[in-house]
Design a protein around this ligand. Sequence first.
Ligand code: MOS
Length: 739
Amino acid sequence: MTHAPAGEEPAMTHALVGEGIDRVDARAKTGGRAAYPTDVTHPGLAHAVLVQSTVAAGRITALDTAAAEAAPGVLAVLTHENVPPLQEAPDRSASLPPPPLRDDRIRHHGQTVAVVVADTFEQATEAARLVRAGYAAEPPIADLDHPDAPHDHDPFGSDGGTGDVEKALEAAPVRVERTYRTAANTNNPMGPFATVARWDGDRLTVHDCTQGPSRTRADLAATLGVPPEAVRVLAPYLGGGFGAGLRTWGHTVLAAVAARQVGRPVKLVLTRKQMFTSVGHRPDTKQTVRLGATRDGRLTALDHRAWQSLSMTDVNKEPVAANSQDSYASPNIATRDVQVRLHVPAPGSMRAPGDAQGNHALECALDELAYELGMDPVELRLRNYAEEHPVTGQQWSANDLRACYRAGAEAFGWSRRDPEPRSARRGRTLIGYGMAGTSFFFYQAPCAARITVTRDGGAVVESSGMDLGTGTYTVMTQLAAELLGLPVRAVRMVMGDSSLPAAPSAGGSGLTAALGTAVHTASRHLFRAFLDLVRHDPASPLRDVGVDGVRAKDGRIVRTDDGRGERYTDLLARHGRDALSAEGSAEAPGEDGAVVPTGPYAAKFAEVHVDQDLGVIRVARLVTAAHCGRVLNEKTARSQLVGGTVGGIGMALLEETVTEPHTGRIANPTLGDYLVAVNADIPRLDVRFVGGPDPSNPNGTKGCGELGIPGTTAAIANAVFHATGVRVRRLPIRIEDVL
Ligand code: MOS
């Protein structure tokens, strides 16, 4: 790990909370002791298996379940004809797709039409094969360009901009107008999604592959029509999510319904194929970017329109074009996001939702503009750095994007690049350099946490927020240890349980700031509780001091003025307490002031090698310089960026969920046919952190979970152009595109 200097700014290489320590849950995970939802079992557990439609549009005309019901071990077959009513929550949020099995309509290929419950998984699987469905099929609308596809415009309310782009484009001395496409991608976590549901009387306990236990609890309660207090959702560990765990999917609801129906706990595990139709995906996009600029490379107009696919009755939508509102300085900006309704499974978030697609188009268009201008692409971006929010004029809370460009270019050796396409080769290998910038969106939601210090000198930190593999257990342990003045080993993080203080979903790169701020607040409330304990204690040097006058150090609360203090353990013992707890909560920082909280930033530099004869494209090097605020753990933060970059390489060159336009069927729903980047596709990935802490939260952090993908795809596409002279405006870039 390298800390690069931040350009002209004063040296801002930050102090780390802790070392890049190993994950605190590493041993539990590698030793097989971490219980993933698929591992959970109960006495009397029954198994549920989904039956899915084999047409993409139309109606179910007949559903014959007799053979399945008569099969060995079968306990129930649920269909739309016999499922108890499921509520469509009145405030149906983006996290809750329409309920499953609601009527006889078919809205996509692979839609759940029945769920079979049996004593064993094998019996349920066999009986599922015996369910006979008849359909009145209609031709599906399964293609973004389909003339009959209904369009929804801006239910998100995120369209916007400033000035008059049309006028500015007309007047611009240099113009670029290009259309780009990005393929649908499917989240493919290693762990197949699963739900284990158990009813004890009116109380429901669910282990689920969710990124948000609090949210899943609320969604389940609303759908099942039970009070939220009666539902407990557990997700202490997850085998990856990449955003698939941000919605409460039909199989989770059906597992709970089935368990109630058969009066036994029920486990439902999706097959890999069902993962492609049941837990969301990154929608494909078509995007048109129009840029106007002066000859010296100042943007005068930025117009970004995006069409993204959406299922027929869902509300999911992503800010694809919207991210262009705060990426570059331009007096005239307009963005517009359109949702195109198709007979496809409900989409959902997939790492850097919207931004991954939108950033790609914007950053490729800027590269094309750089060539129009004969200007270096880094210089073009520096010239258009947004000193303030280009639409609102607000100040950024912390934006060291310029330091990212400089540090990344330096580390990569960008100055050696001859901009001429096809100018670099080794033998029959064409070599290309490309780069892109990223201004990632800011997201933070209200969050709570509880800290308990116990008589043995340890602390337990509790929150319903979960760790989907990003390292939240670890960084929160480090943060709490620092705030409480305890060694890391004395702090235990308990997470992933909706009965703990409410937290937002692990998503939008927002949990570190949300939970970190809640833990910070809870630590102050805990100090206050200790100070209250000794308020009338003549023996305590802390009796007359306020929370602002103390800090924690070496297992003690000490006065900041004279350093006198007491051990937690002594305070508890003298006052006859086994433990002391305090809860803290955090709201998102306000956006209406003069300062707007900002997300993370990055610059990405890629070197690609293209075989001139075979068209095979290899990423040979990739450098990321990222401004992630104060980094809580170098190792886990770097791992997030490396993992995201691997995803970005996949999105750029490999990943594509192929839907057959005439059947609406996904043609490649296996890990053999849906290509993801594997070790052999990944070169040395150089990740360095630059820039200062972000003052919008007390810990100085920025989210960094999703920063790996945006910028990576455009840097690769721009490098492919530099190598080959071929501008490929569709992802993934394939061999045949460059031949
Ligand atoms: Mo992510 S798409 O915020 O899990």
